[in-house]
Design a protein around this ligand. Structure first.
Ligand SMILES: [Zn+2]
Length: 417
């Protein structure tokens, strides 16, 4: 009998799918989705379940001050930095079964596969469940990984409150997940995150694996256009200061600026509030959101410079005043070339159809990447639909993603230094 060979580790598709459905039962909604809002009792049940499954596999589970969970499998070489992988178990209020859960449960399947085959790794492995990726309860997405990465301070995160006035700090205490470990980056060799694409590209091209090369740059604004409420029947064109007409022209501007950038451009007005919102009043005020995204920092910077001026010109032409507040701007986050190459190599080895892709959404990996070499793996989801109870993926795609995750982790954890 020889030593079990790491390159023969094969994940068990059936066991993976059953574990996904088992987690999806926690917070299951009547429409087939999941409601597992962060730091609620339902989240606690998901976390408890995850902890006991990890402990059953011999992992040591620790929790940090913001509730991030780390399940460690020892390596042969205690001097090696750990290889991290995982995602998040919290969901949107009407979320799907796979957003986040896939990355965590596939990580568990990797551990089960290694245990079953008796495969040891040189480097320790750490499976992560990041707190509050979704941001829907406390209004701040990527909270756990953001605090861990030092993007937000712990006191700032603790003080965030939900609509009932419950703070993050008290919610952590209420479910018993305010850990003793410091929430700060610890040295790690790599981080891999498997996630559903949440977009339509892989499905449209009939690809199984997205080799994620990075995440795009973003800029978000709040806009308030102010004109004057007046009677719809008696106000002639020369006297109108119609804030909604101005907003419509700015929305068109956002769309045109996006389209000028080709298929990589993203520009969206997704929220609009019209005041007084009465059919026979010329609207005097409109509040709306604006965001632009692009994989290239310089292009995004160009959009962020041009948009406020062009929007102001539209406001002036329409005799409106514009208050534009930039909420935040994040630079593009390219992933680590050597980690990305391991993902590509794994897909190639298994003959899976794959393509490089830029993440359109934010992920915990984007913050982890600030201090740890990182890559992500995408698998297709039906109609590109996510943050929706109908979110669905094929068992074969889940298995393919988990296999690529497994191969990438093993290659990294056993690489010669
Ligand atoms: Zn997610």
């Amino acid at each position: 009998m020889g030593v079990p060979r790491a390159d023969n580790a094969r994940i068990d598709p059936r066991r993976l799918w059953d574990a996904l459905m088992d987690m999806a039962a926690i917070g299951a909604t009547p429409k087939g989705g999941v409601k597992r809002l962060t730091l609620t009792d339902v989240d606690k049940r998901g976390r408890d379940r995850f902890r006991s499954l990890c402990e059953r596999e011999g992992l040591t589970v620790t929790v940090d001050a913001i509730g991030n969970m780390f399940a460690t499998r020892k390596g042969r070489d205690p001097g090696r930095l750990p290889v991290l992988f995982g995602s998040h178990l919290d969901s949107q209020p009407s979320g799907g079964k796979f957003d986040g859960a896939l990355g965590v449960i596939a990580g568990l399947e990797v551990v089960r596969t290694l245990n079953e085959a008796g495969i040891e790794t040189d480097a320790p492995l750490i499976l992560c469940n990041w707190t509050d990726e979704e941001g829907s309860r406390f209004g701040h997405s990527l909270m756990g990984s953001g605090v861990w990465a030092g993007v937000y301070s712990l006191p700032k995160a603790y003080a965030l409150a939900d609509t009932e006035g419950v703070t993050v700090e008290s919610a952590l205490d209420a479910i018993g997940y305010r850990g003793t470990q410091k929430a700060e980056p610890f040295p790690a060799d790599a981080y891999f995150e498997l996630h559903i694409e949440q977009g339509p590209i892989l499905e449209a091209e009939d690809r199984t694996i997205g080799i994620v090369t990075g995440a795009q740059a973003q800029v978000w604004y709040d806009a308030v256009l102010t004109g004057r409420d007046s009677h719809a029947g008696t106000t002639p064109p020369s006297a109108r200061r119609d804030a909604l007409v101005g907003a419509a022209r700015i929305i068109d501007l956002v769309d045109r600026m996006m389209r000028e950038k080709g298929e990589s451009g993203r520009g969206t007005v997704g929220q609009l509030q019209v005041l007084p919102n009465s059919r026979n009043v010329v609207p005097g005020e409109v509040r709306f959101s604006v965001e632009f995204r692009h994989p290239d920092d310089a292009t995004l910077l160009g959009l962020a410079e041009a948009f406020p001026k062009a929007a102001q010109a539209i406001a002036d032409e329409n005799r409106l005043s514009l208050a534009l507040t930039e909420l935040f701007r994040i630079t593009a986050q390219p992933f680590d070339a050597s980690c990305v190459a391991l993902v590509a190599e794994a897909a190639r080895r298994h003959g899976m159809s794959a393509r490089e892709i830029v993440s359109g959404a934010g992920h915990d990996a984007v913050y982890v990447a600030r201090s740890v070499p990182t890559a992500m793996i995408f698998v297709p989801c039906k109609d590109g639909l996510s943050h929706n109870e109908e979110e669905s993926i094929l068992p074969d795609h889940a298995a393919a993603g988990a296999q690529v995750l497994c191969d990438a982790i093993l290659a990294r954890a056993n690489r010669s230094l």
